[in-house]
Each structure stands twice: as C-alpha cells, then as structure tokens.
Design a protein around this ligand. Structure first.
Ligand SMILES: NC(=O)c1ccc[n+]([C@@H]2O[C@H](COP(=O)([O-])OP(=O)(O)OC[C@H]3O[C@@H](n4cnc5c(N)ncnc54)[C@H](O)[C@@H]3O)[C@@H](O)[C@H]2O)c1
Length: 386
C-alpha cells in the first residue's frame, strides 16, 4: 500500500507481552509498516524476530542508538518516521529523547517515563520541536469509551458528581508471582518500574480513563498504597480519593493482588440526571441509567447508527461481532498515522500533556501515601504552564 507510515520499534522481543499487540494493531488498517527494530538487548534475538517479521537484516539493530543513527543516514523516503517504544518503563525517556533528537516522532507506551521530572523534560523538548508524541492509553480508544465521553460532553448526565473507577488484576497475588515472568520481575523493581508499582502500571490507566471520559481534571489526591505481598519494594495495591474540577469526587482503586481476577477495569460515572457504566472485560457494552427510566444498553458496531459519527468511525465490524483490545490499540495507531500525514490534529489527551499528568498522578499518590494519606494537589507538583 502506498504512503504507509514507516515505523521502527524498540523493545518487544520474543516472549514480551505488549509488543505483539502493538505490531498487530499497527498492521490492522494498513496505514503503518514496521521496517526497522531493536527488539531486545540481545542482537541475535532481534535478528531472529526481525527475520520472522520479514524485516531486512540490516535494519535489525543491536542497540536503539545504532538504529536511530543508521536510519537517519538513509534517504528520507526510506527511513523510519516514528519510533514505537515498548520497553520497560526506565527506558522510555532515554529512547524518546534520543528519537526526538534524531528527528523522529515518538509513540510510547505508558507510563510515559520513569519519573515526573523526565516527563517534564520531555515536554520541554517537544515544545522546542515540531515532532509528535503519542501515548498508548489503550482503554480510552475503545469505541464505547469515546461514546461515553461524547455523551458526557453533550451534558446527557448533567453535572458530574461522583466517579468510581477500579482496576483489579490478580496476576501478582502471591510471592512466587514476583519472579515468575520477566514482566513481573521488572514491574516489582523500582530501578525499572519507577517510584510506584501497581499505581504506575495500571493506576495510570484508571486515572487517564477517568479524566478522558469526564473531561474533568483531577485537582488533588489522598492515597493509601501498600504491598499486600510481603517483601515487595513497590505497591501492588492501593486506593485513592480524588477531588476534581467543579467539585466532583472520585474513588480510584488499583490492585494486582486480587486473586483470580484478570483485567477487570471498570468505571461508573454518576451525574445529576443519569449515570454511565463501562467494563473493559465487556468493552462492547455501555450502560446508561436515566433517573426514573429503564436502563439502556449501548453496543458498538458499524451499524449502530445511534453512536456519534467519530465513534462509528472507530468500529470495524457490525454489532454482535465483538471487537476488543487489538482494535483499540489499532485505533491509536491509525490516529497517530493520520496525525503524521496531517490528516487530523493530534489529541492532547493522548500526547505529552497526558504523559505529564499521568506521571504527576503517580508522584501525588506516592507522596500522599507516605504522608498518611494527606491531600496532595497535583498543581503543587507541576511548574506553571506544564
Ligand atoms: N497500554 C497497555 O495496555 C499496556 C499493556 C502492557 C504493558 N504496557 C507497557 O508496555 C511496556 C512493556 O511492557 P511488557 O509487559 O510488554 O514488557 P516485557 O518485559 O514483556 O517486554 C519488554 C521488552 O523490552 C525489551 N528490552 C529491554 N531492554 C531493551 C533495550 N535496551 N533495547 C531493546 N529492547 C529492550 C525486552 O527484551 C523485552 O522484549 C511497559 O512500559 C508497560 O507499562 C502497556
């Protein structure tokens, strides 16, 4: 296909979790082509995977630095245009910084960086450049999450009063789980994960979803984080109270020690006239409950004409043919390609602003928890204009 956006990837070697999802998502709409990569610290593993993916051997690089330099030396119409970052958290910032310095756009997985300071530095770098930065907050790219955002913005719920967002997982429920996989090893190590474990890993998704769907920013946080499993250096469970602009209140819980659970992210938003509820494990259902009326079920699909036009454009199959996680990721990739081709403007809620807010959320939650759940205003952590 002509005019495909050329992608290089860092991270995502054999046995990694999210990179294959990224690669499938990037391919789905044929807008993007993976042409280069440094998938692992082990060059042999990168070469092996690159061959399986059909990449030219010379574009399977030993280090990300080598990839950036070699790609820059290629003719402009051949070289990569953006770098997709799917490594553990501590590498997001150095890779993003180096990619921007080489003139490449960046699409990074979350959390954006290892620390709030790095996210703020990245924001300054982006302000000095004309390059684009995207953050893959997958859950906000499901069609019915967009529909909820649209309905809330239209005032269908009335003033938002309360939000309940919870994100329980169970895959780190026991002490053996800490070393049972590479994914667990780095997520429980502060040097690689950052100053938080569970709240950085999945709490950031819950925080982003809440701000994205309601269109309201969180102003301050009182949090109680803990390690339910003895011996862990980082939180694996926690709860927070949130105060939002305009007076709305929220509770946010995130845990990776809820034995038996998969990925049960769920959110309910309660307004003065109506409420909405959505669950990630049933992503094609959105419940609307209006005061004094029977509850209504919205479903996703290209033939669900009652959905907002921008939401219909995110669906690929008729109702009853479930779309899911890969398609949500594909929506982010398709949007990023459209931004790079100047076909649409970038949504700041998936850009560096969201990155900074996510990192500020982590810092506020950690600080609050260290201070016996004292309220921490997010603005107290950000410089003016961030
Ligand atoms: N958006 C989402 O829904 C979602 C879901 C899962 C993970 N994530 C994020 O994606 C990132 C990766 O998570 P994961 O679970 O796939 O991790 P993983 O451990 O499964 O994979 C990380 C990969 O990075 C590679 N890597 C490490 N150092 C490297 C280097 N210097 N150069 C090249 N490659 C290197 C490893 O070899 C490995 O293949 C994390 O930041 C995580 O928070 C996001």
């Amino acid at each position: 296909m002509k005019n495909q956006v050329r992608m290089g990837m860092v991270g995502g070697g054999a046995g990694s979790f999210i990179a294959d999802i990224h690669r499938m998502a990037a391919r789905l709409d044929k807008r993007i082509k993976l042409v280069a990569g440094c998938f692992s610290r082990d060059h042999q593993k990168t070469l092996q995977l690159g061959q399986e993916l059909g990449l030219a051997k010379k574009r399977c690089y030993a280090t990300y630095q080598e990839m950036l330099a070699a790609e820059l030396a290629l003719p402009a119409e051949e070289r990569i245009e953006f770098v997709s970052i799917v490594t553990p958290n501590h590498l997001h910032f150095p890779i993003a910084k180096a990619a921007l310095a080489a003139g490449f756009h960046v699409l990074s997985d979350k959390p954006a960086t290892h620390s709030l300071e790095q996210a703020l530095e990245l924001q300054l770098l982006l302000r000095q450049s004309r390059l684009h930065y995207g953050l893959t907050h997958t859950y906000a790219a499901y069609p019915l999450v967009r529909q909820a955002r649209f309905m809330i913005a239209q005032g269908e719920l009335g003033a938002i009063r309360r939000i309940s967002v919870s994100y329980p997982q169970g895959w780190l429920a026991s002490s053996e789980d800490s070393s049972a996989s590479n994914q667990a090893l780095w997520r429980t190590d502060p040097a690689q994960a950052g100053e938080s474990g569970c709240f950085a890993d999945i709490g950031t998704h819950a925080f982003h979803l809440l701000e994205y769907m309601t269109g309201l920013q969180v102003e301050s946080i009182a949090a109680d984080l803990c390690a339910q499993v003895a011996g862990r250096a980082l939180d694996d469970d926690g709860a927070a109270l949130l105060r939002l602009q305009g007076g709305a209140k929220a509770t946010l819980t995130a845990s990776q020690t809820c034995a038996g659970l998969g990925n049960n992210l769920q959110i309910s938003i309660y307004g003065a006239h109506a409420s909405l509820s959505w669950q990630q494990e049933q992503p094609n259902e959105l419940w609307l409950r209006r005061r004094g009326q029977p509850k209504q079920l919205y479903t996703a699909g290209v033939d669900c004409r009652y959905l907002a036009p921008e939401v219909l454009a995110m669906c690929r199959t008729p109702a009853g043919h479930p779309e899911g996680y890969i398609e949500a990721f594909a929506n982010l990739y398709r949007d990023f390609a459209a931004v790079l081709r100047a076909e649409k403007s970038a949504d700041p809620l998936f850009g560096i602003e969201a990155a900074v807010r996510g990192m500020a959320f982590i810092r506020a939650a950690v600080l609050s928890s260290q201070q016996n759940a004292n309220w921490v205003p997010i603005s107290s952590l950000l410089p003016a204009g961030a």
